[in-house]
Design a binder for this molecule. Sequence first.
Ligand code: AMP
Ligand code: FE
Ligand code: FE
Ligand code: ZN
Length: 282
Amino acid sequence: MRIDLHTHSNVSDGTQPPAELMAAAAAAGLDVVALTDHDSTDGWADARTAARALGIGLLPGMEVSCKTSQGISVHLLSYLHDPDHPGLLEEINKAKDARRTRAERMVERLAEDYPLNWDDVSAHLAPGATVGRPHIADALVAAGIVADRNEAFANILTSHSRYFVSHYAADPVLAVELVREAGGVPVFAHPVASARGRVVSDQTFHDMIDAGLLGVEIDHRDNPPEGRAQLRRLAARRGLIITGSSDYHGAGKPNLLGENLTSPEMLERILDAATGSAPYLP
Ligand code: AMP
Ligand code: FE
Ligand code: FE
Ligand code: ZN
């Protein structure tokens, strides 16, 4: 069984519509794939229809944007939650709106130095999509200012950049509680991805576990080897589910579908813990 539990479609910052992503997953020889767009479940219906047609398993999911009181960004994967749970819906919609305002502010700042406006960014946004820096990166690429998203993130769009603007996101402890209330399975995404920015303290980690965190994403290209070993020890001590995933973003990132996998035993634990919505398993 080849199981990849973290992918993005153009419902957020991936480059393919959900159905196309599912077809790519089938072509990559995956048996089960989770669709985990940032702060949105809008791709679930199309992904499910495609999964059924392709005979591939779908775990509906989401990647919730979070921020600690110290301003550290945390991404929380949620699997199989109720997409209509009011509390969780309120938080992701707040983050989604804040992302949009924040991107507009970043474009205003960028426009002082580069020939760029909001229409250039909109051109790379599917209707209703969750806006992120990758869409601004796409506009910078189209304008010939950088070669690809990666080059944009290397300086113009980093969190240290003068053009960077932060946005509202739920505290990770609240997000864990809401995902559990919604019957979902919360898994901490790429927890030690230090190249992306500061990572959380042990205290925050334990607070999240005490609040109901059920798993950690260990095999992810952005988690360095030492960090993975630490995560394995923590997972063993606290009885956490461990996952491995690609974090595929279509053409937006070099990450390939199936480059990291989750074991069938761990998938089983996720299915057993979830009560919010149903997977599609052929
Ligand atoms: P934001 O959500 O606006 O904070 O932007 C962060 C998003 O950008 C993450 O979801 C990543 O998938 C994406 N990202 C971060 N670094 C890179 C990179 N070097 N190349 C392409 N995408 C990236
Ligand atoms: Fe992303
Ligand atoms: Fe993430
Ligand atoms: Zn992701």
